[in-house]
Design a binder for this molecule. Structure first.
Ligand code: NAG
Ligand code: NAG
Length: 298
């Protein structure tokens, strides 16, 4: 019996040696995402996926599927050392001119100066909802989890499970909320030294290239949109993914009752994060918005 088990083990091992020898790339990211830009600037290293920016190109990946509602989380370690001028993004987006988009944009900085995290939402093609925070840790020293939760009641941005921003559904007050366009999950790194660091004053120092953003894991829980759903089939997909009863289909946990709003503990975390780490909020920028944007009010 033991001998037979040993044989089975050897066969399994031989199989994987053969797979490795034929050069089949086996990354755990491959199930969910594929390169979307500059394949030669995407590096698979064991459990890790790295996006590389140098003076010839940035890089990006995109999910193979689109989703209506869900929660996505990337474990990400940002560019070490001098990252000034670079932006790494992790975001969800739908397609077209009236698209919706939920963004995490990590704005690089000079060695030792703090990265800023900019969040933004586009709704029906309109953005201009930037908020910026610094972090309570060095995001270049280790991996941290950045998540976006989206259900019919709220969009929540979280950093290591601490909510840092909530966009609530205020359709009752005539404020649009993203509800019917499936979204893909994306990441990219690029040169944005015209605006990213200190408003564009600090430029990318290419002598420090390549700039690498490293992903350790990516998790997508969401209602996967049927790839065949066209404009007509779309209505049925919206219905399926947003069925009115909360948690009707059990596995759609991101729509469960307790996901409708933050818990009391999470509300406290949100207040703490914003009180201590917020550096810019479009809601409080009268120079830009003499009338406060409607979603900012109660
Ligand atoms: C890009 O970087 C490479 C390697 O550092 C260098 O050899 C090359 O001259 C650079 N190209 C440009 C256009 O700056
Ligand atoms: C970069 O560091 C400077 C100096 O600490 C800071 O003012 C700025 O907000 C930081 N972040 C960005 C993206 O400019």
């Amino acid at each position: 019996m033991e001998v037979r088990n040993a044989c089975a083990c050897w066969l399994v091992l031989l199989f994987w040696v053969a797979v490795a020898a034929t050069g089949v790339r086996c990354s755990k990211f491959d199930d969910l995402v594929q390169p979307s830009w500059a394949t030669d600037h995407i590096i698979y290293e064991g459990e890790l996926l790295k996006l590389k920016l140098d003076n010839s190109s940035g890089a990006g990946f995109a999910s193979k599927s689109k989703y209506l509602y869900g929660k996505v989380t990337a474990e990400l370690k940002l560019v070490e050392g001098d990252s000034a001028g670079t932006v790494t993004a992790f975001y969800m987006s739908s397609d077209g001119v009236t698209h919706n988009e939920f963004d995490f944009e990590f704005l690089g900085n000079r060695t030792g100066e703090p990265y800023l995290v900019q969040t933004n939402l586009y709704i029906n093609g309109l953005g201009n909802r930037e908020q910026r925070m610094d972090l309570w840790f060095d995001p270049t020293a280790d991996f941290h989890a950045y998540s976006i939760l989206w259900n019919p009641r709220q969009v929540v941005f979280l950093v290591d499970d601490t909510p840092v921003r909530v966009f609530s559904n205020k359709e009752k007050h005539g404020i649009a909320f993203p509800r019917d366009q499936p979204m893909g999950v994306y990441s990219s790194i690029w040169n944005a030294d015209d605006w990213a660091t200190e408003g564009g004053r600090v430029k990318t120092d290419w002598s420090h290239a390549p700039f690498l953003a490293t992903f350790r894991s990516l998790r997508i829980d969401g209602c996967e949109w049927a790839p065949s759903a066209d404009a007509a089939g779309g209505a049925a997909e919206v219905q399926r993914c947003s069925a009115s009863e909360w948690g009707k289909e059990g596995r759609y946990w991101w729509k469960e009752k307790e996901m409708e709003a933050l818990s009391l503990h999470q509300s406290h975390q949100l207040i703490w994060a914003r009180a201590n780490h917020m550096v810019y909020d479009y809601c409080n920028d009268p120079g830009r918005f003499p009338t406060q944007p409607p979603e900012c009010g109660k």
